[in-house]
Design a protein around this ligand. Structure first.
Ligand code: ADP
Ligand code: ZN
Length: 217
C-alpha cells in the first residue's frame, strides 16, 4: 500500500506515519528526516537543503524529487511505503505518480490530518526529538515531557530541538503549507484517494493511535 500523509507541520503527521509504518510493516519515508540526515553528515546536498529549511522554505522540487526517486528504487519499497512530507507541491505529486506508474503502482490512500492552528504552534514550540535516529521518539516539554528532562525515556539518548522549530520559521512553514496544500487536496480528491481525519482531541496521548485506526478503518 502506498500512503501519502498530509498534515500541517506539527499536526502529528510524523508520529501517525511512524505508527502506520509499524502496523503495516512498510518503510516510513520522511523527506524532512532525509534532509536532516544529510545536514548532519555535512554533505553538499545537506548544505544546500539547509539553506532553505532553516528559513522554513521548501527545498526545490528537483532536488526533493530526486532523493525520493532514488529511495523508491530500494527493495524494501516494493510492497508500499508511508510517505511523510512528500509530495508537498503539485509538481512533486505528479512526479510521484510517474515514478509509481513506471512500477505499475499508484498512491492508494491520502489521509489528511486536520488540527487547529493553536495546537500546532503550541506543539512545535515545545517539541523535542530523540537524537537517536533508530528511535526518533517525539516529546513535548509542556504536554508530554520525558521523565528526565533532555533525555529519551525509551533509549536514553539526548533530546534535541530542530533548528526550524522557532516561531519565525514555524509561521513561515505554516504559510507555505497552506499555500501548497490546496493543490494537493484538489489533486488527490479528484483521484478519490483523499480521506480527511479530524482527531477528536488532538492533544490526547493516543491521538495518533486513534488517527491510525481511523485511517485503516
Ligand atoms: P514539518 O512538517 O514539521 O515542516 P518536515 O520534517 O516534514 O517538517 O520538513 C522540514 C523541512 O524540510 C520543510 O520545512 C522543508 O524545508 C523541507 N522539506 C521536507 N520535505 C520537503 C518536500 N517534499 N519538498 C520541499 N521541501 C521539503
Ligand atoms: Zn530515543
Amino acid at each position: 500500500m502506498y500512503i501519502v500523509m498530509l498534515g500541517a507541520p506539527g499536526s502529528g503527521k510524523g508520529t501517525t506515519a511512524k505508527i502506520l509504518a509499524k502496523r503495516l510493516n512498510l518503510p516510513h519515508i520522511s523527506t524532512g528526516d532525509m534532509f536532516r540526515e544529510q545536514i548532519k553528515k555535512g554533505t553538499e546536498l545537506g548544505k544546500l537543503a539547509d539553506s532553505y529549511i532553516s528559513k522554513g522554505e521548501l527545498v526545490p522540487d528537483e532536488l526533493t524529487i530526486n532523493i525520493v526517486k532514488d529511495r523508491l528504487t530500494w527493495e524494501d519499497t516494493k510492497n508500499g511505503v508511508i510517505l511523510d512530507g512528500f509530495p508537498r507541491t503539485k509538481a512533486q505529486a505528479e512526479a510521484l505518480d510517474a515514478i509509481l506508474q513506471e512500477a505499475g503502482k499508484k498512491v492508494d490512500i491520502v489521509p489528511e490530518l486536520i488540527v487547529p492552528d493553536q495546537v500546532i504552534i503550541d506543539r512545535i514550540l515545545n517539541r523535542a526529538t530523540c537524537s537517536n535516529k533508530e528511535c526518533g521518539a517525539i516529546y513535548n516539554t509542556k504536554y508530554k515531557p520525558s521523565k528526565v528532562p533532555g533525555v529519551c525515556d525509551i533509549c536514553g539518548s539526548k533530546l534535541v530541538t530542530r533548528t526550524d522549530d522557532n516561531e519565525e520559521a514555524i509561521q513561515n512553514r505554516l504559510e507555505v503549507y497552506r499555500k501548497n496544500v490546496q493543490d494537493l487536496l484538489d489533486y488527490y480528491k479528484e483521484k478519490n484517494v483523499l480521506v480527511s481525519i479530524t482527531p477528536e482531541d488532538p492533544t490526547a496521548d493516543n491521538a495518533s493511535e486513534q488517527a491510525v485506526d481511523e485511517i485503516l478503518k
